[in-house]
Ligand binder design. Structure first.
Ligand code: GDP
Ligand code: MG
Length: 604
């Protein structure tokens, strides 16, 4: 197929605006997936069980479709912020994007950050107004919002009903007519962008690639270009032989070679996903190697860390094995042994964000049958103890020594895009999170861009939710790590029934330490269940108790409520209690549930 006949695109859509239904329709009308198959299984592109359960897309999928003599390849990529790197990687593999807007709801918040990423990547955007069959559809309003909030001309937006199959052909014709064909040369040295990958226990890692220049064939010797730059992964192999290659429709269709502009998969006996990271450029080994990697590669960086501890300490070996297996599939997870008197033995793990952390904990529990407790998440800090002039990186507040310690914390450059009406509320929020305003400007009729320098610790918790709730959902944000900055920070510990619970230690700013401490012990009082005895909860800063609360004991045995003889009901109650025991850690005489470790984060 000639390069002029290729079209590559991603779909940007708010949750529930019909992205999956529309993708299914495109696959059906182009005859890519037979109608019978779509009937047994809708949402063809979401295949991971957690994706289906949570109704979110975590991994990108690609599907090549035939439309006349054109070949249209659609990449479905994740929408959540933790995985935004995957959106930018996928954006690097295509020329265009469909912006799907629900006709009854108009432009919704989540799409805006993806729109920014797509525009930054230089993609051509094609607006699609879906659900026009609904009685509540307001097409003019949707058009207005696309023009005002997104800044796109929406007069020729495509109108569809994915549900009823209306407008799908017009949409395909518009893709061909209005999105650009890829560019590139088969005669230049090979440059193929890895935009996603997954681990297959039989074949090794399966890479999803977009060829930009050159041609890649089966049996070619290839190398990932990030190797030359990275010093961290010296144990990575330098050369691979392509053992299978093909298109995705969305199942694998083997072929002999991929040309510039084409999107497909390849395998090359790659053992770990981290060996050829997403965003990397593949080239040929030897004299044919490209001189430069494609832009956009950034090693994935864990920003949130927590200790993972099995509730049953004999599961520690199983947890280690599980983490090793998971790391084969997800190169962005880091882990190292961790132990403490209170929490026992476990692993300190690093994640891309809190959702990534929650999804990983869930996978460890469902796929590996473990029951885990995660400690309070934190960012990493640089510390310098008195008398020393060396800075050490720590990702666990409970190892920061007491006394005179200088602490640096990571800062992020945050860009917030919002409506003019919400500027005030968002500035208040950013200020309460210790943000410094760097820039403020109009970028559309009534859209404003705010740039802040903000501590990462304030950002990774609930900042994203907070800006959504203060902007009726319409503000969007993106951030990148700027560097470390020294602040008046202190480690704060929590004592429960007189015992220090390392997993609850945090780092607080001196100015807010007292109010943070009071807030945290109040919160813990609510989430730690009553015990048989009175339990004290204290916040301790530099050896001094700065806040304390008490949890009063139970009065009666729970089962005492059941009237005599109703054995069944009694059994049910006990069973309920047993289930409630999951995700709990016994510390001294007190049992602390998972919620307690997370409660500290929210709403400080
Ligand atoms: P996604 O979250 O963007 O992938 O959205 P889905 O494709 O899962 O669709 C969300 C809901 O909207 C489902 O109940 C769909 O049946 C429904 N839906 C999708 N497209 C349309 C449409 O064109 N019209 C109507 N009335 N409902 C639709
Ligand atoms: Mg979906």
């Amino acid at each position: 197929v000639a390069m002029e006949a290729l079209r590559n695109l991603i779909i940007i859509a708010h949750i529930d605006s019909g992205k999956s239904t529309l993708s299914d329709r495109l696959l059906q009308i182009t005859g890519t997936v037979p109608a019978e198959q779509l009937q047994d299984r809708t949402q063809f592109l979401d295949s991971n069980p957690i994706e289906r359960q949570r109704q979110i897309t975590i991994k990108a999928r690609a599907a090549r479709m035939k439309w006349g003599h054109h070949r249209i390849t659609l990449i479905d990529c994740p929408g959540h912020h933790d995985f935004s790197r995957q959106v930018s990687q996928s954006a690097g593999a295509v020329e265009g994007a469909l912006l799907v807007v629900d006709a009854s709801k108009g432009v919704q918040a989540q799409t805006l950050s993806s729109v920014e990423l797509a525009l930054e990547a230089g993609l051509e955007l094609l607006p699609v107004i879906n659900k026009i069959d609904l009685p509540t559809a307001d097409i003019d309003n949707a058009r207005d919002q696309i023009e005002h909030l997104v800044g796109l001309d929406a007069s020729d937006a495509i109108l569809t009903s994915a549900k009823q199959g209306i407008g799908i052909e017009q949409l395909l014709n518009a893709v061909v007519a209005r999105l650009p064909a890829p560019q590139g040369s088969p005669h230049k040295p090979l440059q193929a962008l890895v935009f996603d990958s997954y681990y297959d226990s039989y074949r090794g890692v399966v890479l999803f690639v977009r060829v930009v220049n050159g041609v890649v064939r089966r049996a070619d010797r290839i190398t990932p270009m990030s190797l030359a730059e990275s010093k961290e992964h010296l144990d990575r192999p330098t050369e691979y032989v392509v053992d299978s290659i093909g298109f995705l429709e969305p199942h694998e269709v083997p072929c002999n070679q991929l040309h510039p502009g084409e999107i497909g998969y390849l395998t090359a006996a790659i053992k770990r996903v981290g060996d050829v990271p997403v965003g990397d450029t593949l080239t040929h080994c030897g004299d044919d190697a490209a001189e430069q990697a494609l832009p956009g590669y950034e090693p994935s960086r864990a920003v949130v860390f927590c200790g993972l501890f099995p509730t049953d300490s004999s599961d520690i070996t199983s947890l280690h094995v599980a983490l090793q297996k998971l790391q084969l599939q997800d190169g962005s997870i880091t882990f190292e042994p961790d132990s403490s008197a209170a929490m026992g033995t476990g692993f300190r793990c690093g994640f891309l964000g809190l959702l990534h952390m929650a999804v990983t904990q869930e996978r460890l529990e469902t796929e590996f049958g473990l029951d885990l407790v995660a400690s309070t998440p934190s960012v990493s800090y640089m510390i310098q103890t008195q008398g020393s002039d060396e800075w050490t990186l720590v990702s666990n507040p409970s190892v920061i020594p007491h006394g005179h310690v200088k602490i640096q914390e990571p800062y992020a450059r945050v860009e917030i895009i919002c409506n003019q009406d919400h500027v005030g509320a968002l500035m208040d929020l950013a200020q309460s999170r210790r943000g410094d305003l760097k820039d403020q400007r109009y970028i559309g009729l009534d859209r404003v861009k705010l740039v802040y320098s903000l501590p990462l610790a304030e950002l990774v918790t609930d900042f994203h939710d907070a800006i959504k709730s203060r902007s009726a959902g319409f503000a969007s944000m993106n951030y990148e790590i700027e560097g470390m900055r020294q602040n008046r920070l202190k480690r704060m510990d929590i004592h429960v029934a007189g015992e220090q619970v390392d997993g609850l230690s945090t780092v607080v700013h001196e100015d807010s330490a007292f109010s943070d401490g009071r807030w945290i012990v109040k919160k813990l009082k609510d989430v730690i269940p009553r015990q048989m005895f009175k339990v004290s909860v204290q916040a301790v800063l530099g050896g001094k108790i700065i806040a304390s609360e008490h949890i009063s004991p139970f009065r009666k045995d729970v089962t005492a409520k059941c009237y005599g003889g109703d054995a069944n009901r009694k059994k049910k109650l006990l069973k309920k209690q047993a289930e409630g025991k999951k995700r709990m850690k016994s510390i001294g005489r007190v049992t602390i549930p998972q919620e307690a470790f997370l409660a500290i984060l929210s709403g400080k």
